[in-house]
Design a protein around this ligand. Structure first.
Ligand SMILES: [Zn+2]
Length: 132
């Protein structure tokens, strides 16, 4: 499976963003080309919950339009698990609607880590996050 390529700067940006929203979950979108992320979108979690996320539909739509008009594609959707786990939850699996990489930023013992997964027909497969 093709790894998802991110810059260290993008990873730090995501971690700082989700850390600011802890203990609530935070979410966003990753756009780019050829599995390489070029743009990180922070999207408001409409659910304002420590256990789930619902992307603000207007912000999500605006991001999708930007991605289209810049000739990029949606590569990933990220969200945080401020109290773990490191992997996608049953809710994440049930609600996965896109064939993209789901990046989970989880905090365990005050350390954030990132893992990527593809979710298809209720099954998950880990995707390597290649940080360059
Ligand atoms: Zn989740």
């Amino acid at each position: 499976m093709q790894p998802l390529i991110l810059s260290n700067e993008q990873l730090i940006k995501m971690i700082e963003y989700v850390d600011r929203h802890t203990p609530l979950e935070a979410c966003g979108l990753l756009a780019g080309k050829d599995s390489r992320v070029e743009k990180v979108f922070e999207v408001k979690n409409q659910a304002q919950s420590p256990l789930r996320y619902v992307m603000d539909p207007i912000e999500q739509l605006n991001a999708f339009e930007w991605i289209d008009s810049n000739g990029l594609e949606l590569l990933g959707i990220f969200h945080s698990h401020p109290s773990g786990p490191e992997t996608v939850s049953p809710t994440d699996i049930a609600e996965a609607a896109y064939a993209v990489v789901y990046v989970i930023l989880s905090r365990v013992d005050d350390v954030w880590r990132a893992r990527g997964f593809r979710i298809e027909n209720g099954a998950t497969q880990e995707v390597t996050l290649q940080i360059e």
